[in-house]
Design a protein around this ligand. Structure first.
Ligand SMILES: Nc1ncnc2c1ncn2[C@@H]1O[C@H](COP(=O)(O)OP(=O)(O)O)[C@@H](O)[C@H]1O
Ligand SMILES: [Mg+2]
Length: 209
């Protein structure tokens, strides 16, 4: 499969958060991981992104081992994008600079092209010079999605992407995200506690028990 998670176990101290977790994900698919608060959803995404080291198990993406007993590929080299629940935008940078942040400096022409494309796609053209604090919550989320997409991830991980949005915006964003991710052909993993979000978005739902 495109992404294979095998026997992943994560613990801190005596507490085991998840044990022998297995998951296989097809390229271009949208998978929702459903589980109640405190089950380790955010931690699982942090393991995929390389921000946490599991106790044991392996993560293989597109034929490359990212995590195993011997291997820990650093976050920037993984091609795994992570949309943090609170977006984690850089407050001192403009919208455009936030979006371009993950693109290599040497790729100047590509950076300009992709930032412009994503500003258009996310309806943020008129806001490119603003700071994130001068944007609405919905716009901030779109900046964060654009930043994640700009770095051309093989997998994009979304941490409870609808939790900060009101009902109307949430429904609009569900539709838009589906279109954007299909257009970009990106493989998506979303964690959520909300079964309706999972059903609305995902091809496959995995329950964290
Ligand atoms: N490294 C750690 N040290 C101590 N506690 C942790 C650590 N990582 C996660 N936790 C705790 O584990 C619990 C579940 O983590 P989390 O991944 O945030 O779950 P979820 O996203 O499903 O709500 C939380 O209570 C969190 O505080
Ligand atoms: Mg969480």
């Amino acid at each position: 499969m495109f992404l294979d998670v095998k026997n992943l176990t994560f613990a801190f101290g005596q507490t085991v958060l998840f044990e022998n977790l297995n998951m296989s994900i097809e390229a271009g698919s949208f998978t929702a991981i459903l589980g109640p608060s405190g089950k380790g959803k955010t931690t699982l995404l942090r393991c995929l992104a390389g921000l946490e080291k599991p106790v044991s198990g392996s993560i293989v993406l597109d034929g490359n081992t990212l995590t195993s007993d011997e291997i820990h590929i650093e976050p920037h080299a993984r091609k795994v994008g992570l949309l943090f629940q609170d977006y984690a935008l850089f407050p001192h940078m403009s919208v455009a600079d936030n979006i371009g942040y993950g693109v290599r400096k040497e790729d100047k022409a590509f950076k300009k092209m992709i930032v412009n494309e994503l500003l258009g796609m996310m309806d943020l053209k008129d806001f490119h010079h603003r700071k994130p604090s001068q944007c609405s919550g919905g716009q901030q989320q779109r900046i964060a999605i654009a930043r994640a997409l700009a770095s051309q991830p093989k997998v994009l991980c979304l941490d409870e992407p609808f939790s900060n949005l009101d009902q109307e915006l949430k429904e609009r964003m569900r539709g838009l995200m589906k279109v954007w991710f299909k257009q970009k052909g990106v493989t998506v993993i979303m964690v959520t506690h909300d079964v309706d979000d999972a059903k609305a978005m995902a091809d496959t739902i995995v329950e964290l028990k």
